[in-house]
Design a protein around this ligand. Structure first.
Ligand SMILES: Nc1ncnc2c1ncn2[C@@H]1O[C@H](COP(=O)(O)OP(=O)(O)OP(=O)(O)O)[C@@H](O)[C@H]1O
Ligand SMILES: [Mg+2]
Length: 215
């Protein structure tokens, strides 16, 4: 059982950021919190206006208007010596199929791209807090119009895709979806099979759609 608590400011804060990347970053941090808590604990999401971004990673403190968005958990915590590595792409302590190690690198990339930073504070056995600092902007002239629906996915026009995927369900889903979108597919269920397909005639493939980590 995980209790979810929100701690929001009375006055709405605004940032200038890509909404879907912001969503993804929050989900990535929340999913990590869930994983760290092993089914029981408290997830706290807080938003506050901040006037200084603390010093971190060899950067000094920056005095400016920020919005601090924190995701805290009461999970297992992260050992100090590991804090340097967790934002690296593909760094994971989770098993194959459980984690790819891309969640926090997305959060880090999003923070940087938005002119901000992400910090982490953690205590083993007590929990972890990730905080995104994003430049605060005034709410004036903000996008009030609904975000337009993304354009329809382009039709595949018979483009041939080599799908390399060991998981039967994921492979079935990927090949069916690609076929519906008008792509030709050849499915290899491991790297060896994929290399054999490429060996037969690599020129029939226009692209490779592959899992990142396979046993
Ligand atoms: N809230 C947290 N509590 C404890 N450890 C964490 C927390 N968030 C991240 N970590 C550690 O940092 C590592 C990297 O996290 P990251 O989100 O980048 O990858 P992942 O969760 O392993 O995989 P993915 O997000 O791609 O599914 C995790 O494997 C875990 O060891
Ligand atoms: Mg993750």
């Amino acid at each position: 059982r995980i209790e979810i608590v929100t701690d929001l400011p009375e006055e709405t804060c605004f940032v200038d950021a890509d909404p879907s990347q912001f969503d993804t970053a929050l989900v990535n941090m929340a999913v990590n919190a869930r994983d760290a808590m092993d089914g029981a604990g408290r997830l706290t999401i807080s938003v506050r206006a901040a006037d200084v971004m603390p010093s971190m990673r060899r950067l000094g403190a920056v005095e400016d208007a920020f919005v601090a968005v924190s995701v805290s958990d009461t999970g297992c915590g992260i050992p100090t010596e590991r804090l340097e590595q967790i934002f690296e792409p593909f760094f994971t302590t989770k098993g194959v199929g459980q984690g790819t190690g891309l969640g926090l690198s997305q959060v880090f990339g999003f923070a940087k791209q938005s002119g901000g930073e992400v910090t982490v504070a953690s205590k083993v056995g007590e929990g972890t807090t990730f905080t995104l600092y994003l430049p605060r902007v005034s709410g004036e002239g903000r996008a009030t119009e609904a975000v337009p629906e993304p354009e329809l996915l382009a039709d595949g026009h018979g483009t041939c895709v080599l799908v390399v995927e060991d998981n039967v369900e994921v492979g079935t889903f990927a090949t069916h979806t690609l076929a519906e979108l008008g792509y030709e597919t050849v499915w290899a269920s491991n790297a060896q099979e994929a290399l054999e397909e490429l060996g037969k005639d690599a020129s029939r493939f226009d692209l490779v759609f592959s899992d990142v980590v396979m046993p």
